[in-house]
Write a new protein. Structure first.
Length: 346
């Protein structure tokens, strides 16, 4: 079997290469365990001053979690599906807590769990070819892996990304500060070589080396839609957002109606949960947001649309999900979990 991770040390740099190209580096449970263990191991290696996480795939950094594994684990009627999330979140916590700077070098698709992985790293560098999204509502789920925190920081634009699952460009991601720098794809290998050759890899030195390769941003595709997004997605409910999109009359009308059509395809419950979590996340730290997501995940496998969404998109591939009816009391259930968490942390 092909190694799903390639681990090496060059100079003062520890390198983890995601190597599951046939699956666009979707995070298998072995990859999750391997990344966490290697980062923990390198904490005790003084010769490793920084860690680079990159990909061997020409198409993707990481296209997300291994939803087929989660689907199969759910049907096995054990806790395998929930254990996957527990282990994934432990890995993310290990990355963010690393005493060695961790650099994510992004090229190609950076989706779902892949974006969560990148956000847990201390520095994020993308090529101009990357595409970013949290597409969980496509499969009847809500953006997780700390998206309740990092998308919430983007206010209405973050809510637009959470509800629609739409992909954005590398330039958009840079403008929104989801990444720290953009380097031309043809220069990524040279940046890696520069890091390997560096005599010192503290955070300030790494930032300087990245800046020497970075390109400056002039504009970004999403900019022309920001005003419309802010107007429509500031509404007090998903229903009001959809109504606002329906009534856009200016030059943004065609774009707004396309977004509305996307929203109307999504699971009503997934939209409701994503909306509630996004607004709660504006007042939560990253760690608090992740704890709340973990609680909602358990609720979701009891009442949500994840399994049906994966069936329709990945298992049977009929693309005809039979979403459950909306549950207006879902807001109250998620808010109760939120209040419970606040009480425990008080």
């Amino acid at each position: 079997m092909t190694q799903e991770l390639i681990i090496e040390q060059q100079g003062h740099l520890g390198i983890i290469r995601l190597n599951r190209a046939a699956s666009l580096n979707a995070l298998s449970i072995d990859m999750i365990h391997g990344i966490r263990q290697q980062v923990l191991t390198w904490q005790a290696f003084p010769q490793v001053e920084a860690i680079l996480i990159t990909s061997n795939s020409p198409k993707a950094f990481c296209a997300g979690g291994d939803v087929r594994y989660i689907y199969d684990g759910y049907h096995a009627q054990g806790n395998q599906h929930l254990n996957y999330f527990a282990d994934e979140y432990a890995m993310l916590d290990t990355l963010s807590a690393s005493t060695k700077p961790i650099i994510a070098l992004l090229d190609g698709y950076v989706l779902g769990g892949g974006l969560g992985l990148a956000q847990a790293c201390h520095l994020k560098v993308t090529s101009e070819k990357s595409r970013f999204a949290m597409p969980e509502t496509v499969i009847g789920y809500f953006p997780d892996v700390a998206a309740t925190h990092f998308l919430a920081q983007l206010k209405e634009i973050g809510l637009y990304l959470a509800l629609t699952g739409e992909q954005i460009s590398a330039a958009d991601a840079l403008a929104l500060q989801l990444v720290d720098a953009m380097v031309q794809q043809q220069d990524l290998a040279q940046l890696e070589h520069t890091l390997i050759a560096a005599q010192m890899l503290d955070i300030a030195s790494i930032k300087r080396l990245i800046s020497e390769h970075a390109v400056q941003l002039e504009t970004y595709p999403l900019k022309s839609h920001v005003a419309c997004i802010e107007q429509c997605f500031k509404q007090a409910s998903v229903e009001n957002i959809e109504s606002a999109l329906q009534h856009v009359q200016d030059e943004e009308q065609a774009w707004a109606h396309r977004v509305l059509a996307i929203l109307q395809q999504r699971s009503p419950m997934a939209k409701r949960a994503s909306f509630v979590l996004h607004h709660l996340g504006r007042n939560l730290s990253r760690q608090q947001a992740m704890l709340l997501e973990r609680q909602v995940q358990t609720l979701w496998f009891e009442q949500g649309d994840f399994i049906e969404g994966v069936r329709a998109l990945i298992i049977d591939k009929d693309k005809q999900p039979k979403w459950r009816a909306d549950q207006p009391d879902l807001d109250a259930k998620i808010n109760a979990l939120y209040q419970q968490q606040l009480a425990l942390s008080a």
